[in-house]
Structures are given as structure tokens and as C-alpha cells.
Design a protein around this ligand. Structure first.
Ligand code: 5AD
Ligand code: SF4
Length: 434
């Protein structure tokens, strides 16, 4: 999501007369787009800001700005704590960046003049802005279809940093996807905090376009354009969406379905609004509609009051679902959330780490076993580029979003090729062109 936001920021700045550059040495202004979801994400940004101080020592005119969720969360406190930061700008205020930059730039050298814009919006979707594709491979791109979240999971800061949920006009989404396809892109990922609650409403309030309908329209652009999406909240994953996915071969067979915990007691405390039984029913529906679909997840270890039994329930759920990939985190208390206000952060850090490591070890084993079953199968792969390890090999992804590495042969990035899997690691399938 932040990556997609940076591309919107790039477009706004270009339109405002600024040039984008790729190295620190060329830059007069460094804008850091930030995440506030866990403390370690914030600490990395703090570290980077302090590193940049050295460069500012060499070049007094160099300015630093902080964008995104951390700017929203900390606002002027951030500038008070990091005195080399001249600008903070929250995720709904990016249109004001050219003006803010101007303000800071024209401040006399060494002055304390700074600029901040952190107002949240109920309507901003940046839907008229064609993002600049930063560091793009020219093959796959993100399209943000909605902003904000109001699910208020007890641990999560996003509703506070990204504001109310709002969806973008479906026509602008389709137009952006078509324009990408016409320029040679072959894969788009539709992004939202909870894409299943995408809703474009006109006039009196009846729902005109929901997420399944939007997917249907984007997938209809061309069978050669792959469509992915993230993220699905399990409470809203409908059969209707699965039906639309099954009807289009170019909608990728991959669903990211964050579970967070395998214990009903924890799910209730987390305010996730589903039970383990509901979640497993959704997994079963995915397998029924899309037998070859991969499923990935997010999980949190050591949330408030998590017992050994709750933790074991998470491990059990992992054994049952057998995810293809998981993003696994230790619980990190975020100020302002329901959990920070009402629930104790009472699992010792060492214990959180132990539980997290158990989940990681189990998931690593499952991913390897899943991948071993792929040996001998053939997939249509969208070739993306050279493998990091060897120029002689290319890599791409199959519909399930698994990375395949194979000998280059006559394959060309940006095209589809059939690849047979003949070996694997836990993270990668190794194969050959068919
Ligand atoms: N601590 C740890 N993980 C968190 N996530 C969100 N908030 C927190 C938190 N306070 C995780 C969830 C979510 C993913 C994007 O980040 O698993 O799905
Ligand atoms: Fe955070 Fe929950 Fe919204 Fe996801 S659905 S962004 S975890 S509040």
C-alpha cells in the first residue's frame, strides 16, 4: 500500500514541477514514506532519519520529510523529536505536498520553518492521479482501489492513521488497468485494506458496484492481463467473489486471508468478527470453488492474554490450512488502539519470540512440503526478469503467486511461458521451460 502511495506522491510532485531522482546524492529533498503498524517499522524510519543527519551535515540545504502513517500518528511530535525533519504529511494530504515543499524550501537556511499537513479525509482517493511507476519492471503494477479502514481490530493502528474507508470510482480503476495493459503491463494487483468491503455507491445509497463486480470488469479487459488483489478480511470473503474468480482464468489463484490467531478467545479479543469455524468454512469454500488456489495469511504471536493453549490453537490451525506463505509477527502495542487502552501487553517479549519462532518453524516445514508436491507439475509463468542469483536464469510467478526460477532459454520478460517444476526450496520452485 505504501509503495502504491509513493507512486501517487511521485505523480503529484512531478505535476508540481519537481523531478524525481534515484540517489541520495542527487536529492535536495528526501521524502520517507512510513508505516506505523509495528514499532520495529517505526524504529527503522527513526534510524534512517538519524543516518541522514550525516548527509545534512555535508549539505546544509538538504531537507527531510516524513510521509504516511507515522506522520499521521505522531504529527508535530515527530518534528519535535527529530529536529532535522522539516515536513510531515499524512496519507490523505499528499495533494498539498508541492505547496508544503515550497514553504520549506523558501525558508531561510538554518531557520526552524517547517510544514505539516495531517488532516484525514472521508473522500480522498487520488482517483484522478495516474501514479508514476517507481522502480517498475514494466510488467506488474499496483492499483489502489480504496483507502482507509474502519474495522478497528483491537491491536491495529491503521484506522487511526488512514482514516475512514472509501472506495474509488470503478471506471477510473478499469481505465487505469487498461492503460497499463496497453503499455505492456501484464499483471495488476488491486489494493485495499479490506478489498471485500469495496463499495461504489451513487446517489441514494444502494450499492452499485461491489468488489466481485469490480474484479469481473478488470478481468474482462483482456485474458492476457493477470489480476491479483490484497487484502481480504475473512469476515467478508463471499462465495460471489469466489464464483467470479472461478469464471476468469486470468484472476490469480491466490488469496491472502489474514487469520491473526487460531483461538476463538483471541479472535474475539482482537475484534476480528469471525470464529475459527467461520474461517475454516471460508477456506473450504476457496478449495471448493478454486481447487488450485494458494492461500496465504498473517498471524500475530503473543497478543494480550494469549495462553499456551491459544498459541497451540494457532499452530493447529496452521496444520489444518497448510498455508503456502505466511507473514508472521510478534504483537506490538500501538498507542491509541483499543488494546493499548483496555488490554495489558502481558506476554513477555522472550515468550512472544518463542511462540513466533514455533510458528515460523512449522510454517517453513509446511511450505517446503507443499512445494515438494509441486515437483513434476507444469505452470504458466509470467516471466518477470533475471534471477538474482544468476544471469543465466529467469524468474517469474505462476497464478498461485509462487516464484519459479528456470534456465533462460529463449524466454522474454513480460511474456507467458510454460515451466515444469523439477526441484524446490521452501520459498522457490526450480524448473525448466517446456
Ligand atoms: N502488532 C503486530 N502485528 C500487527 N499487525 C497489525 N497490527 C499489528 C500489531 N499491533 C499485522 C496483522 C496485519 C498485518 C498487516 O500486520 O497481522 O494483518
Ligand atoms: Fe487493521 Fe483490522 Fe483494518 Fe486490517 S482490517 S487494517 S488489521 S483494523
Amino acid at each position: 500500500m505504501n509503495f502504491a502511495d509513493s507512486e501517487v506522491v511521485g505523480a503529484i510532485l512531478q505535476k508540481g514541477g519537481y523531478d524525481l531522482c534515484t540517489t541520495l546524492e542527487e536529492a535536495d529533498f528526501v521524502l520517507i514514506n512510513t508505516c506505523a503498524i509495528r514499532d520495529n517499522a517505526e524504529q527503522r524510519v527513526r534510524h534512517r532519519v538519524r543516518e541522514l543527519r550525516a548527509e545534512q551535515g555535508r549539505r546544509r540545504q538538504l531537507r527531510i520529510g516524513i510521509l504516511g502513517c507515522m506522520a499521521e500518528r505522531l504529527q508535530s511530535q515527530l518534528m519535535a523529536e527529530e529536529d532535522n525533519v522539516s515536513l510531515v504529511c499524512g496519507p490523505d494530504a499528499y495533494r498539498r505536498l508541492p505547496e508544503l515543499l515550497q514553504q520549506v524550501r523558501h525558508a531561510s537556511t538554518g531557520s526552524r520553518d517547517r510544514a505539516a499537513a495531517v488532516e484525514l479525509s472521508t473522500t480522498e482517493t487520488y482517483d484522478d492521479i495516474e501514479p508514476v511507476r517507481l522502480g517498475s519492471n514494466g510488467i506488474s503494477a499496483y492499483i489502489s482501489i480504496m483507502r482507509g479502514c474502519q474495522n478497528y481490530c483491537a491491536y491495529c493502528v491503521v484506522p487511526y492513521t488512514r482514516g475512514r474507508e472509501r472506495s474509488r470510482d470503478p471506471q477510473t480503476v478499469v481505465d487505469e488497468a487498461r492503460s497499463l495493459f496497453d503499455r505492456g503491463y501484464r499483471e495488476v494487483t488491486l489494493l485495499g485494506q479490506n478489498v471485500n468491503s469495496y463499495k461504489w455507491v451513487v446517489g441514494s445509497g444502494e450499492c452499485v458496484v461491489g468488489f466481485p463486480e469490480l474484479m469481473d470488469r478488470v478481468a474482462a479487459i483482456d485474458p492476457g492481463l493477470r489480476v491479483r488483489f490484497a487484502t481480504s478480511h475473512p469476515k467478508d470473503l463471499s462465495d460471489e467473489l469466489l464464483r467470479v474468480m472461478a469464471a476468469h482464468g486470468n484472476i490469480c489463484r491466490c488469496i491472502h486471508l489474514p487469520v491473526q490467531s487460531g483461538s476463538n478467545r483471541m479472535l474475539k479479543l482482537m475484534n476480528r468478527k469471525y470464529t475459527v469455524e467461520w474461517y475454516l468454512d471460508r477456506v473450504e469454500a476457496i478449495r471448493r470453488f478454486l481447487p488450485d488456489c494458494s492461500i496465504t495469511t498473517d498471524v500475530i504471536a503473543g497478543f494480550s492474554g494469549e495462553t499456551e493453549e491459544d498459541h497451540q490453537a494457532t499452530l493447529d490451525l496452521f496444520r489444518r490450512v497448510r498455508y503456502d506463505y505466511a507473514y508472521m509477527f510478534k504483537y506490538s502495542l500501538r498507542e491509541g488502539t483499543y488494546a493499548a487502552r483496555h488490554l495489558a501487553d502481558d506476554i513477555a517479549d522472550g515468550e512472544k519470540t518463542r511462540r513466533l519462532n514455533e510458528i515460523i518453524a512449522l510454517q517453513g516445514q509446511i511450505a517446503l512440503e507443499n512445494n515438494r508436491q509441486e515437483v513434476g507439475r507444469e505452470y504458466e509463468v509470467l516471466v518477470e526478469g533475471e534471477s538474482h542469483r544468476s544471469k543465466e536464469r529467469l524468474f517469474g510467478r505462476n497464478s498461485q503467486n509462487k516464484v519459479l526460477v528456470f534456465d533462460r532459454g529463449d524466454a522474454v520478460p513480460g511474456t507467458y511461458r510454460r515451466v515444469r517444476v523439477n526441484d524446490c526450496t521452501a520459498a522457490t520452485l526450480l524448473g525448466e521451460l517446456v
